[in-house]
Design a binder for this molecule. Structure first.
Ligand code: C2E
Ligand code: CA
Ligand code: CA
Length: 850
């Protein structure tokens, strides 16, 4: 019996196992469908998220690009506008020679920075200087722009006191353009007084054409940045100006998510189909076969195999992207690293599996694990990390992370080393001077602010040195800008070599530097450093075959002693620098409160002098000049004095330098020349009058017209006028001086070289320039007692004068011995207290009638 039952039992058991297999297969199918749906959903979500992040980032970068453009234009216009030289040459008087020909504010702004428009408008908003695409043009700003920007100009004027420039995007002929405007002010120069007019305004216009936008976009990693066309308006874009009035920018952000879906979805679909097909086959076979259980086993295995295939495909997708994928467990140890990890980092996957994540990656915000565990952390925000690759190079990566339901995290890591490097570079460039690589004014400001804020009363004092090169301008003018640039580079290196690590050397203007010393000892140490700085700058600089020599003056201010505010400290150091320069250059001065007082005093004298010239407070004294051989008077030197209502009679040494610096020298000298000629016209012929000229008058043009004017009004014979000039005239601009001297000579007047022997190149000038006479500086006679050398020198000068057919005059004859010596060496003419002091006009006239 048991035998007859056996098949029934078997069939039954097969049936139950069949239905069992079927239900489990259906369950499995449902499970698989669920898994697929979840994977598809995650994939689509991930892709959408990636695209959104990419779009947000590209918009961020595009905005950043515009901000950086704005910032750099703002800084540039600021550098040019808050500058005393610009004030003098573009506001007080528009000097196109200085601005355009000498390229101080000229074509280089187009060539180097690409600013198409460069304008200066005066106090009533009329354009007085325009450089368009590097060319000087007689254009009106508003007509070139096709619109008026008076509100921007007024806003710039309002920012004059705080030295704040204005920028704005406008639309110029269909293209967006960035306009930067700043009022032209004397900057920190304490010697330039504002003239009372509303400030002129300097305007730069940077038109963003497609080439420029493309280049900017590339720099900031925004591909194909361009002006939005009409179809593109409304899509991904960045409006410029008020509500996009200046135009809108458009670019096509990359769609990494779309790519991922493009590859991932078909693969997943294929995997799903395969699994379905397999399950269907298994089901069919299970009804046909009694060995359903075995079959169901097989089917389970094959669906596992299918799952493995789909996993492999998913892995392929992961590996196709340039990012690497990671997973960590709840203890922050890597449990998975995609193959990409190796090719990106160069590190071995096997070695890092199981290692702590914090050992590989480092962030600015503390441990990565802390960041991951931050409560409420937004999963769509990424964090930037650093790690060291297989070559030992530091690299940057951006990490995004999601928490896994079973604990731990997974995410992607995108290599952003190039991007970080590019940003670092941009940051560096905005803080450093392009020519010398030294920190610029922006960096200096930041450095100072950080140090001054950190300075507690107990901290070491901060020493600020402002250093200005002496004799640098002639190098630029005579040897050209390339040579000037090389000199600046050499000087920068020498300065850096003189200071310690941790100190700052910044270049803040053409030939101006600021040094900040943070760890200095005594005043003595600072003085020693100044000595070293000057000595090292004075070393010869080889330019081609020539050797160039320059020097420097230094002003020093101390924090917190003198001031604890950056701007104030700079101003004080500048004042000290100004004192150092006045003290004969090539030296240094510490700031002291009385310097400020002296500068105020000087300004007062300057405004008093302006008044004095107009209101007849100047006087002329005359010092007779005699022929040494027979004691006959041959003429007289006109020497100016100032009859000040309060201070009494002021000597020229006090006010001539002020007149020279303030530009008052022209009107002062006009008065001297006119008065001297008018007086001499009353003297018996052939007595001549000798008039002193300042070097600064020579370069300020119309010398010849001014002299002819004086000759014409007085009616004096030109041969009775002599002009005394010093070698300073030739030092500043030898070629120009030579041309002017020839024209002056053509008028019939005489020219003498004054103070001969005090400079270092008088001799060479004497040969090359059309002089009629030379005046030996009085220092030679005054030293006569101490040195026999001077006697020999005087003799040699007289001999030289004879050889060059020049009339030699000795100045400063104070004793009978001086006169005897000059007689012995057959010097032509002489003047000095022993013969006659300078006399006022009436006394001098009495001398004539006697
Ligand atoms: P300088 O051209 O060398 O003028 C000669 C100076 O020597 C005058 O000083 C004169 O008073 C002084 N002096 C004359 N004889 C003797 C003497 O025997 N011993 C001594 N120790 N000094 C003597 P002053 O008038 O004070 O003029 C100083 C300087 O001011 C002049 O030097 C000249 O460079 C400048 N200066 C004077 N008037 C004018 C002017 O109208 N225009 C310009 N640009 N400079 C002027
Ligand atoms: Ca003189
Ligand atoms: Ca002299």
């Amino acid at each position: 019996m048991p035998n007859s039952h056996a098949p029934i039992v078997r069939t039954l058991s097969n049936r139950t196992s069949l239905s069992l297999t079927r239900t489990s297969l259906f369950k499995l199918m449902a499970l698989l469908a669920g898994v697929f749906a979840a994977v598809v959903y995650s994939l689509v979500y991930l892709a959408y998220d990636m695209d959104r992040t990419e779009q947000a980032e590209s918009a961020f970068h595009a905005r950043k690009a515009m901000q950086s453009l704005d910032k750099s234009l703002r800084l540039t216009v600021k550098d040019y506008a808050f500058w005393s030289d610009a004030y003098k040459h573009l506001h007080v008087q528009v000097d196109t020679d200085w601005a355009y020909v000498r390229e101080n504010v000229g074509p280089t702004l187009f060539q180097d920075f690409g600013f198409q428009g460069l304008f200066v408008v005066n106090d009533v908003n009329r354009t007085v200087y325009a450089v368009v695409e590097g060319k000087l043009q007689p254009l009106e700003l508003s007509s070139w722009l096709g619109q008026s920007i008076d509100p921007i100009i007024e806003q710039a004027r309002a920012g004059a006191a705080s030295e704040t420039p204005v920028t704005s995007f406008i639309n110029v002929r269909g293209s967006p353009a960035l306009v930067a405007a700043a009022a032209i002010t004397p900057g920190t120069d304490p010697t330039v007084l504002p003239d009372g007019r509303r400030p002129s305004v300097l305007i730069f216009v940077d038109i963003l054409d497609s080439a420029k936008l493309d280049a900017i976009g590339n720099d900031f990693g925004v591909a194909n940045l361009h002006i939005a066309s009409s179809e593109e308006i409304g899509k991904s874009l960045l409006p410029l100006g008020d509500n996009g009035a200046a135009g809108s920018l458009y670019w096509e952000p990359e769609r990494p998510g779309l790519k991922l879906v493009g590859v991932g979805l078909p693969l997943l679909g294929l995997a799903a189909l395969l699994v379905c097909a397999m399950t269907w086959m298994i089901l069919r076979r299970s009804t046909a076969s009694a060995l359903a259980l075995d079959a169901s086993h097989a089917s389970l295995q094959s669906s596992q195999a299918a799952l493995a295939t789909s996993e492999a495909r998913f892995r392929d997708v992961v590996e196709a992207s340039s990012d690497w994928v990671w997973e960590i467990d709840a203890t922050w140890h890597f449990t998975y690293l995609s193959e990409r990890f190796e090719s990106v980092t160069g590190l071995a996957r096997q070695a890092w599996m199981g290692a702590a994540m914090n050992d590989l990656l480092d962030t600015d915000v503390g441990h990565l694990s802390q960041w991951l565990a931050t409560p409420g952390r937004r999963p769509d925000l990424s964090v930037q990390c650093r790690y060291v690759d297989a070559q030992g190079q530091a690299r940057s990566t951006r990490l995004s992370a999601r928490e896994m339901p079973c604990g731990g995290f997974r995410g992607t890591a995108t290599d952003v080393t190039d991007e970080v490097e590019a940003r670092r570079r941009i940051e560096y460039l905005s803080q450093h001077d392009a020519l010398t690589g030294l920190p610029n004014r922006t960096r200096l400001q930041a450095f100072l602010n950080s140090k001054l804020q950190a300075a507690s009363p107990l901290a070491q004092p901060l020493v600020m040195l402002t250093l200005d090169l002496d004799r640098f301008k002639p190098v630029n003018d005579l040897l050209g800008h390339a040579a000037g640039d090389r000199v600046l580079n050499v000087v920068s290196n020498r300065l850096v070599d003189c200071v310690r690590h941790g100190d700052l050397v910044a270049r803040v203007g053409g030939d101006e530097f600021v040094l900040i010393l943070t760890d200095t000892g005594t005043q003595d140490d600072v003085e020693k450093l100044c000595q070293r700085l000057i000595a090292s700058i004075e070393g010869a600089i080889g330019i081609d075959e020539q050797e160039v020599f320059i020097s420097a003056s230094i002003g020093i201010a101390l924090a917190p002693n003198d001031a604890s505010d950056a701007a104030e400290l700079l101003r004080y150091a500048d004042i000290a620098l100004y004192e150092a320069k006045s003290a004969g250059r090539n030296t240094w001065r510490f700031y002291s409160a009385d310097m400020n007082a002296r500068i105020i005093e000087r300004r007062r004298l300057e405004s008093d002098l302006r008044f004095a010239i107009k209101h007849g407070e100047l006087r002329l004294h005359f010092q007779p000049r005699y022929r040494i051989a027979d004691g006959e008077m041959v003429g007289a030197e006109a020497l100016v004095r100032w009859q000040h209502p309060v201070r009494g009679l002021i000597a020229p040494d006090t006010f001539i330098p002020i007149a020279e610096e303030s530009g008052l020298i022209l009107s002062l000298s006009d008065w001297v020349m006119e008065t001297a000629c008018a007086c001499a016209a009353q003297w018996p012929a052939p007595l001549f009058v000798s008039v002193n000229l300042s070097p600064s008058e020579f370069k300020r043009g119309n010398m010849v017209a001014r002299v002819s004017q004086a000759l014409g009004t007085s009616g004096i014979d030109p041969s009775r006028l002599e002009l005394e000039i010093t070698e300073g005239v030739m030092l500043e601009d030898a070629e120009g001086a030579l041309a002017i001297m020839h024209t002056l000579k053509a008028l019939g007047i005489r020219i003498a070289m004054d103070d001969f022997g005090t400079g270092y190149s008088s001799l060479s000038y004497l040969r090359a320039f059309p002089f009629d006479g030379l005046k030996i500086d009085r220092s030679f006679l005054s030293r006569l007692e101490d040195s026999d050398d001077d006697k020999a020198i005087i003799q040699a000068i007289v001999g030289l004068g004879r050889a060059l057919s020049l009339t030699v005059t000795a100045e400063g004859i104070e004793t009978a011995e001086h006169l005897d010596l000059l007689k012995a060496v057959a010097c032509d003419e002489g003047q000095g207290y022993f013969l006659s002091r300078p006399l006022d006009r009436d006394t001098f006239n009495q001398l004539l009638v006697r």
